[in-house]
Ligand binder design. Structure first.
Ligand code: AMP
Ligand code: MG
Length: 470
């Protein structure tokens, strides 16, 4: 039995709306995360598609939709909220407290013109990608289940509907703070800060301590994304969780042939959320969060001027924090456990070579030290020169092979494979999606039978753009 204890639903009414999931005709489980279910105490839900789609409420659930605001592509939206997601509540486990949310369970007061529904494409994509991220030790929301609803969902055409059961440390976003700050509701901002401290940053002292912790968590997170060639695609402030987890897998993608400025999302026309912009944008989003905390911190510190100064100082630490995390991530990818001067340049030099030739990001790193990596380059001389330098550096390292094996996945959720799996699912064949989910749950391990999944897309398989798929 899951132990529900819904602390967010005990916050004042203005934080959310109470809602009811809209029943679906014939729920059917496609993917179920047995391990995660066990941790949450919901193993019996493996046979309960009715719970996973919202047709039946589990005992202790108090379904709500959270309200938030956002900067979307830099433009201010004063009121958004869970338009196609319904939170069942929080489950308390020996590993902490987790939100369980049904994405695609029907309309809420925040749905605007949307139908509150989801279809199998985004459902399967989020399941597979978020579980891959978890397997690579990247903070992320998790996927408990992907369920087909039996209803059609109208997008560019009619697609089979689906629900993803999402699990998160919390769903509180930068935009949640912005919503209350924009209303000058300092009391609500204070309640939110206290709530976030309780859920994520128990040791943090004062509002500034919570802000510092959020800044540090984002530095760590974005560095991890960079290490996997991950492009989130829509880093609006409503899609940045203050817990430091990756949230909202919409038009995201992993880079095949490396380009530092890669953009995939069809809605990101100006490359605001390009691969190499992600730390800058995280900083921009954190600045918005900082602004949302000014009035509260001013109350704590006695002056608005001091509050702004302290927040700015904390924000200004972000680039260096990110740089240190980036260094650690890329050193590990190169088999270097204790970074030294010159390591950043060594990593950057390889990335520059890769960028020049659009070398496959995943296969180069996974193949370093073997012919596989070398084969990715046409300019072998340039690569060999780099390789010799790298080998010299590795003489100081003891466990480089093991470190590299852990840090460089052999398999990633390549966009064309996701697309193929989604197309098959739409046609009623769930086997490719199941295969991807299974294989990508151990991405540093490659069975001989799965080598086809390491291949970058052929010309006709390239998916040039990814879509929100809402
Ligand atoms: P996103 O950029 O996908 O995170 O979505 C932005 C906002 O639009 C969020 O508040 C969503 O809840 C809402 N939204 C997206 N798709 C739908 C939909 N199909 N129905 C209702 N609301 C939606
Ligand atoms: Mg969102």
């Amino acid at each position: 039995m899951p132990q529900f204890d819904n602390s967010y639903a005990r916050l004042p009414d203005q934080f959310y709306s109470r809602v009811e999931p809209d029943p679906v005709p014939s729920p059917e489980i496609i993917l179920f995360n047995t391990e995660l279910a066990q941790m949450l105490g919901v193993s019996d839900w493996a046979e309960r598609p009715d719970i996973l789609t919202g047709n039946t409420l589990p005992e202790g659930a108090e379904p709500i939709a959270q309200v938030y605001a956002a900067h979307q592509f830099g433009g201010w939206v004063p009121r958004l909220g869970d338009g196609r997601a319904i939170m069942l509540g929080e489950v308390v486990t020996d590993q902490g407290r987790f939100d369980i949310q049904l994405k695609g369970a029907g309309r809420t007061p925040y749905s605007r013109n949307g139908d509150g529904r989801n279809w199998l494409g985004p459902v399967l994509r989020e399941y597979i990608v978020s579980e891959f991220m978890a397997a690579m030790d990247v903070p992320t929301t998790r996927a408990l289940a992907a369920t087909a609803t039996g209803a059609k969902v109208q997008r560019e055409q009619a697609y089979p509907g689906g629900v993803i059961t999402r699990v998160a440390a919390s769903h509180i976003r930068v935009g949640t703070f912005q919503y209350f700050a924009a209303r000058s509701d300092t009391e609500a901002v204070k309640q939110l800060v206290d709530h976030v401290r309780m859920r994520h940053f128990a040791g943090a002292v004062g509002t500034i301590g919570v802000y510092e912790a959020i800044v540090a968590a984002q530095a760590k997170l974005i560095a991890k994304w960079m290490g996997l060639g991950f492009v989130h695609g829509v880093m609006n402030t409503d899609n940045m969780a203050v817990s430091g987890e990756t949230i909202d897998y919409g038009p995201c993608a992993f880079i095949d042939g490396y380009a530092a400025n890669a953009v995939y999302s069809s809605i990101d026309r100006n490359g605001r959320y390009a691969f190499d912009q992600q730390s800058n944008i995280a900083g921009w989003n954190l600045a918005q969060l900082g602004s949302s905390l000014v009035l509260l911190l001013a109350e704590e510190l006695g002056s608005q001027e001091t509050a702004v100064e302290v927040l700015t100082q904390t924000l200004n630490a972000f680039p260096a924090l990110f740089q240190a995390e980036w260094q650690a991530v890329f050193c590990a990818k190169l088999g270097i456990s204790t970074p030294q001067d010159g390591d950043v340049e060594l990593a950057q030099e390889l990335l520059n070579l890769m960028d020049k030739e659009r070398a496959d990001f995943t296969n180069v790193f996974a193949g370093l030290g073997t012919q596989v990596a070398r084969d990715e380059f046409v300019d072998r001389d340039a690569f060999d020169q780099w390789h010799a330098k790298w080998q010299t550096r590795l003489k100081d390292e003891a466990n480089s092979a093991q470190l590299m094996a852990q840090s460089n996945p052999k398999l990633i959720p390549r966009t064309h494979r996701l697309e193929q799996a989604i197309q098959a699912a739409v046609a009623g064949d769930f086997a490719p999606a199941k295969r991807l989910a299974r294989v990508l749950s151990t991405p540093t391990h490659l069975d001989e039978t799965d080598t086809d999944l390491t291949r970058p897309p052929l010309a006709h398989e390239v998916v040039p753009n990814t879509f929100c798929g809402t």
